[in-house]
Design a protein around this ligand. Structure first.
Ligand code: CMP
Length: 148
């Protein structure tokens, strides 16, 4: 069935027209449909809410500073098995794993560091719902799932 995931193309991607176009092409070539999209500079409040599970991590402040440093492209993507497929296409979070073992993934190609790792993707259906509601407040996700 068509599943939704929340994808973020992070600030260093949006700043680079070539990389941005490559990732957009990968999204379409991998059969994702873009259900909603917006370009926005994520506010500190949104980032705190979005990354609340990481608030005790050593990289938390660095992560928030980076994510709020410029515009991101935020997408609701739909596809069969979207959550798993998008995470496969992104590759590993850590840039050394991505660059050594997953060179054909988005992070393998365009990740610059563990923080500037190009893209975000929801890790479960619960996270996808939570994350979509943070950035697309008028999107009725329950209606989407009840209609299938
Ligand atoms: P993301 O998928 O957006 O979710 C959590 C983010 O934290 C992750 O991508 C990275 O940007 C960041 N992150 C995860 N692990 C590390 C790390 N070890 N050092 C720095 N940043 C990290």
């Amino acid at each position: 069935y068509l599943q939704l995931t929340l994808a973020i193309l992070k600030p260093h991607v949006v700043k680079s027209p070539f990389v941005l176009q490559k990732i957009r092409d990968l999204i379409i070539d991998n059969n994702f449909k873009v259900v909603r999209s917006r370009r926005t500079t994520i506010s500190h409040e949104e980032a705190e809410l979005f990354y609340k599970e990481h608030r005790d991590k050593f990289f938390y402040n660095r992560l928030l500073t980076f994510m709020c440093s410029g515009p991101s492209d935020i997408y609701i993507l739909a596809r069969h098995d979207a959550i798993t497929k998008w995470r496969q296409l992104m590759g590993p979070t850590k840039v050394y794993q991505a660059q050594y073992n997953a060179q054909d993934t988005i992070r393998g190609m365009f990740g610059l560091s563990d923080t500037r790792n190009a893209t975000h993707g929801s890790d479960s259906t619960e996270s996808a719902k939570r994350e979509i509601m943070i950035f697309f407040k008028d999107f009725n996700i329950n209606k989407w799932y009840n209609n299938e």
